[in-house]
Ligand binder design. Sequence first.
Ligand code: SF4
Ligand code: SF4
Length: 178
Amino acid sequence: MKKSVIADRRITLAFISIIIIILLAYYKVNPLYLLVAGATTGIIFGKVFCRWMCPIGFVLEFILGGTSRSKRQQMYNYHKIGCPIAWVSGGANRFSLFKIRRDSSTCTNCGKCDDECYISTLNNDCSLYKNDKKDPALEYTCSKCMKCIDACPTNSLDFKVQLRNNSKIRKENEYGKG
Ligand code: SF4
Ligand code: SF4
């Protein structure tokens, strides 16, 4: 995934949020369609709805978008509780077509990805680069903010189509196998 797209995520979020608000408020679109959209995008991309499309997520970005631990904790709590769309799309993180992958051949184990991830910073059992820990990108609470990808100085993380079983991915954790 291009870093320029990640850098502009809030613009994308604002744009799609406004469209959704117009559809709901002006065109009286049934909110159930949003659930269908969240589930569909979840199966393909994982829990992208919260950080790339959701009007509530848009507001939260400005209230809780800081890097302090307390703000990260509040953001994490919100994405943990979420809403029906988050439940469905978050549950799909493990099985989605697109997943965050690390190329261990270029990774220098610098840890910058973990520093940017609210899951890794709040939970010592999770790490994007330590193979003996749980992969936060596969957790229900990974809201696909893509900050980990943006933070990586060697471009070792990417968001790409990956069909392999996640437990095997985590063990091998490098491209090109299977
Ligand atoms: S930021 Fe990139 S290079 Fe550093 S540990 Fe994470 S994946 Fe590896
Ligand atoms: S996309 Fe990366 S930084 Fe964001 S929550 Fe998921 S694993 Fe953490």
